[in-house]
Write a protein that binds this ligand. Structure first.
Ligand SMILES: Cc1cc2nc3c(=O)[nH]c(=O)nc-3n(C[C@H](O)[C@H](O)[C@H](O)COP(=O)(O)OP(=O)(O)OC[C@H]3O[C@@H](n4cnc5c(N)ncnc54)[C@H](O)[C@@H]3O)c2cc1C
Length: 386
């Protein structure tokens, strides 16, 4: 076992950190304040190859694998969770369905511009009636001749206003039992009948774009179906399993930033004739922050390596997500406590961490759903080992 990153990944980490510190950090607060999505930063990340890190070189990606991508995601989240959320959404849930399940033609047409970093992608599962319960969707895709005609509304969709394509979950029919047949269909966002609005005022991750997308008689060719009609739900849930590793990675980035800020302040702030790190209560907080951040990073790394080796990683991805996201929230709160009143003021950038962290425990499956997934996998493995 090797607990060190390879030379290649160490160099990537250093490069992304320098980019994030130089280009993203100076504007992170302003983006948060204005709730502005920095499309120009994504253009630059695209040129640098960051949007194609895990995808095959055959289709314009960097072919560096999941761990490289998670290493970059962590570094971006260390400076802006909002930017990082859009970054992992375009890769893990926007582009991944096509990379994983697309035909060679679909990959050439849709994956290449995404992996080359020229375009962004979105993923549309959530609707008013379908949050944790994906089967609650009402959006339909009716087959008419050689086309599907889509009708419905997707809510809270990351990158909705900037994506060139979205992969949506839609009902294409019913089984004899009455159960919905849920299919995954690629929809170019410039197709007639699509309307995007941004009716949300978010608590955190404000520089990430979030929109509502309405589909009214949107016609796409049947060639845009991913795999078989009956595969859709399984494909999308598999994609979310991978997406969870990336939410865990950006949680580690935020947790690390909170720790760094708390550590620095504990050495600078003097009370009772010495820096506040002289107090055991501050030391214990710092010790817990560092321990849990490093544990979360190891969980991310293990899930990433399992994914790349083609092994099952459902339980490990859920464990990484629930532990890392809860660590991010805890560290943001601990950092605020160590910074005291200074942390309560916006310039210290700690109140933003508290607002940003919460989405990590909700998006791509809440903490409760992660625990359900872990328990189900646990019982399944127990059954298999009997
Ligand atoms: C900023 C943001 C960006 C998002 N981006 C996207 C996107 O790009 N694409 C997309 O498709 N979706 C997106 N989502 C939706 C997100 O994935 C959902 O919010 C999430 O899956 C939870 O669904 P919900 O919010 O409807 O909560 P609900 O499902 O209504 O859950 C509410 C509460 O009930 C609990 N609960 C529900 N079912 C169970 C159960 N079986 N057992 C125990 N507890 C349960 C939950 O854990 C939670 O505490 C986004 C959401 C936000 C806020």
């Amino acid at each position: 076992m090797d607990f060190e990153l390879s030379k290649e990944l160490t160099a990537l980490k250093k490069e992304v950190r320098a980019f994030a510190e130089e280009k993203i950090r100076p504007m992170a607060d302003q983006l948060d304040k204005e709730a502005r999505f920095p499309r120009e930063l994504f253009a630059e990340m695209g040129k640098r190859g960051y949007l194609g890190l895990p995808f095959s070189e055959e289709y314009g990606g960097k072919g560096m694998g999941t761990l490289a991508y998670m290493t970059a995601a962590e570094e971006i989240a260390r400076v802006s969770l909002g930017v990082a959320l859009s970054y992992v959404a375009t890769i893990s849930i926007g582009t991944e369905p096509i990379a994983r399940y697309g035909s060679p033609e679909q990959k050439e047409k849709f994956l290449r511009p995404l992996a080359e970093g020229r375009e962004l992608a979105a993923f549309g599962l959530t609707e008013k009636t379908a949050g944790s319960d994906a089967k609650g969707i009402e959006m339909t895709a009716e087959k008419v001749g050689d086309d599907y005609i889509l009708n419905g509304t997707k809510q809270w969709i990351t990158n909705a206003n900037y994506a060139s394509i979205i992969t949506v979950a839609a009902i294409t029919g019913y089984k004899p039992s009455g159960e919905k047949i849920i299919s995954a269909i690629i929809v170019p966002m410039d197709t007639a009948g699509i309307t995007v609005t941004s009716p949300y005022d978010k608590m955190g991750a404000r520089s990430s774009d979030t929109g509502e997308i309405t589909f009214k008689n949107v016609r796409v060719p049947k060639e845009n179906l991913l795999g078989q009609e009956t595969d859709g739900l399984k494909q999308l849930l598999n994609v979310l399993n991978g997406g969870r590793i990336s939410i865990a990675a950006i949680s580690v980035g935020l947790a690390q930033d909170a720790f760094d800020k708390a550590l620095r302040h504990s050495g600078e702030r003097v009370q009772f004739d010495g820096p506040i790190r002289q107090f055991e209560s501050v030391q214990f907080k710092l010790a817990d922050m560092l321990t849990e951040t490093e544990a979360a990073r190891l969980l991310v790394q293990r899930a990433s390596l399992l994914k790349d080796s083609g092994e099952t990683y459902i339980k490990e991805a859920a464990m990484a997500k629930v532990f890392a996201s809860e660590t991010a929230t805890k560290n943001a709160n601990r950092a605020m406590q160590i910074l005291g009143g200074t942390g309560y003021m916006r310039p210290a950038q700690v109140e933003r961490l508290i607002r940003d962290a919460k989405i990590l425990e909700i998006g791509e499956g809440t903490s409760e759903i992660q625990r359900l997934v872990i328990a189900r996998q646990l019982f399944k493995e127990e059954g298999e080992n009997k």
